[in-house]
Ligand binder design. Structure first.
Ligand code: NDP
Length: 506
């Protein structure tokens, strides 16, 4: 067994122990071994981090730098992320259960790509925009507007993609000149702490970026209502997102919410069956289904259900489930025992409600699976759109197949959900697919593919999947305010305007 890694919080540019002295253990979900310890941060620690972020912001040490200077620090951090990609990938896999094959190729690269993209996109944003029209009733005036930072931002992130979901907040917040305090999920905090080191080494001034580790129900909840916070960016469950929106409302804080999903896949009758099988597997098995945009409601023409499911099962049987740290593993463990129990409960509910189990349905416990949280890929067929496991987010490797007889009926069912994060269409006819894409009420629609989140394209939800967008220039807008400055260029303009608007200065 490797040595247990000891981490501290990152506050005001320093590694800082928690004020209570209490710690939280971080485990490897494949075998439950403790791999790291972090402080259990509390309200006092949140206060310290917020004070540091506020002081850094008000000092102008970062906010008053030019966008080019800030972009340079992000680009330095991107280079450091490239240099440290193996370490980041290793720690991400070890604690989240993500396969090492994926984290070494995708997650670590996404960190540097997101930093670089944010830097380059910020440099391209118009620095100042000018009005081109002066109303005839005012004297010649110069009106211009520009983007300014919001102030102190708070980020709260979940356990499924700790690195990527943190960098989606860090890159735009920092390049636009804000200070930021992040709280990662309690079971996967260490890669966010590693990002603090990279950013500090890249030249970020102390206090601009802080990391608090601690329970969401106390430290996270307190962050969301903290008087120093101007904006909250949250990724996680719809239930907690709703609480955060309420907490933020009192202070009229800016809020971005990226919440749950139950994304529909509409397979059309002209679909290529091999493409459909691959797309539908990708949609629900990536990271063992622990992904907010997973495609887990599969609408398929009734006559195609059997063949599609047979093809999917044949492919699942060739997949390797096991230790996520092994390069040959396709599906790693579920991230926590709590999440495993949730999945098992939903599978039981599905069976009770009459869904037909076509494959899987079981926790794996023998041999190498004994100590970890492993669950088989699971496919229910002949479901209907009203069943509990079809309506609620399971966050596990469970696919619900719903046969349909009429395309209009399928689109209506696809949209009949409180969620609206992802959606997909499988078809060999590009026009037909795009027409259906435009009718799905979701923030992203994939055609013949799934899970492509690009740092250069917006990501976010409709309906109860949240509001605001992450990635690309949309995220830069979400981390900035717009200030309009209007200047009278004439000596007697205000006198004339007074006459026009009030008329008391004749
Ligand atoms: P949560 O929404 O509970 O947690 C996400 C983050 O919010 C974590 O950092 C958590 O901290 C924090 N948090 C928890 N409660 C509060 C609170 N009251 N105020 C402020 N912050 C809080 O998700 P879970 O991790 O518990 O997962 C539950 C379900 O949420 C999953 O089964 C899945 O359906 C969904 N989910 C969706 C995600 C998405 O990407 N959209 C990501 C993760 C989960 P802590 O870790 O300390 O509890």
């Amino acid at each position: 067994m490797a040595d247990i890694m000891e981490y501290q919080m990152f506050i005001d540019g320093n590694w800082t122990p928690g004020s209570s002295g209490e710690i939280m253990e971080v485990i490897n979900p494949a075998n439950r071994e403790v791999v790291a310890r972090v402080p259990r941060g509390n309200k006092d620690d949140v206060d310290k981090a917020m004070a540091s972020a506020r002081a850094a912001y008000e000092s102008g040490i970062w906010a008053n730098k030019s966008i080019d200077e800030r972009a340079q620090v992000l680009m330095n951090a991107a280079m450091l992320a490239v240099a440290n990609k193996d370490r980041l990938a290793y720690l991400e896999s070890l604690t989240s259960g993500a396969t090492i094959r994926r984290t070494t190729t995708v997650d670590a690269a996404e960190v540097s790509a997101t930093l670089l993209l944010a830097a380059m996109t910020a440099k391209e944003l118009p620095r100042v925009e000018h009005a081109v029209f002066s109303p005839p009733w005012v004297a010649p005036m110069h009106s211009y507007w520009k983007r300014e930072p919001i102030g102190v931002c708070a980020g709260i992130t979940p356990w499924n993609f700790p690195l990527i979901l943190a960098i989606f907040k860090i890159a735009p917040a920092l390049v636009m000149g804000n200070s930021l305090v992040i709280k990662p999920a309690s079971i996967t905090p260490i890669t966010t702490l590693e990002l603090a080191k990279l950013l500090s080494d890249a030249g970020l001034p102390p206090g601009v970026f802080n990391v608090i580790t601690g329970p969401g129900s106390s430290a996270g909840n307190y962050m969301a209502q903290h008087p120093e916070v101007d904006k909250i960016a949250f990724t996680g469950s719809t239930e907690v997102g709703r609480q955060i929106a309420h907490l933020a409302a009192d202070g009229i804080k800016r809020v971005t919410l990226e919440l749950g999903g139950k994304s529909p896949i509409v397979v059309l009758d002209d679909a290529d069956m091999e493409v459909a099988a691959n797309m539908c597997l990708l949609a629900f098995l990536f990271h063992s289904g622990q992904v907010c945009e997973s495609g887990t409601r599969l609408f398929v023409p009734r006559k195609m259900q059997d063949e599609l499911v047979e093809r999917m099962i044949a492919k699942i049987k060739k997949m390797t489930i096991g230790d996520q740290m092994n390069m040959e593993t396709d599906l790693g463990p579920i991230a926590s025992e709590d999440q495993l129990r949730t999945i098992m409960d939903y599978v039981q509910i599905g069976e009770n409600e009459g869904a037909q189990l076509a494959y899987g349905g079981n926790r794996l416990t023998a041999g190498i699976y004994e100590k970890g949280f492993f669950f088989e890929p699971t496919i229910f067929i002949n479901c209907n759109n009203q069943m509990t496991q079809v309506r609620e987010e399971i966050f596990g490797p469970v696919q619900c197949v719903i046969p349909y007889d009429d395309e209009e009926e399928a689109i209506a069912m696809a949209n009949d959900s409180i969620y609206g994060l992802g959606g997909g269409v499988c078809s060999t006819n590009a026009n037909r697919a795009q027409k259906i894409a435009s009718r799905l009420r979701t923030g992203t629609v994939w055609i013949n593919t799934w899970h492509v989140l690009r740092p250069d394209a917006p990501f976010g939800g409709y309906k109860q999947s949240g509001y605001g967008r992450e990635c690309c220039y949309h995220s830069l807008l979400a981390y900035s305010e717009v200030k309009h400055v209007c200047q009278d260029l004439t000596p007697d303009g205000s006198e004339k305007l007074l006459n026009v608007l009030i008329g008391s200065n004749k």
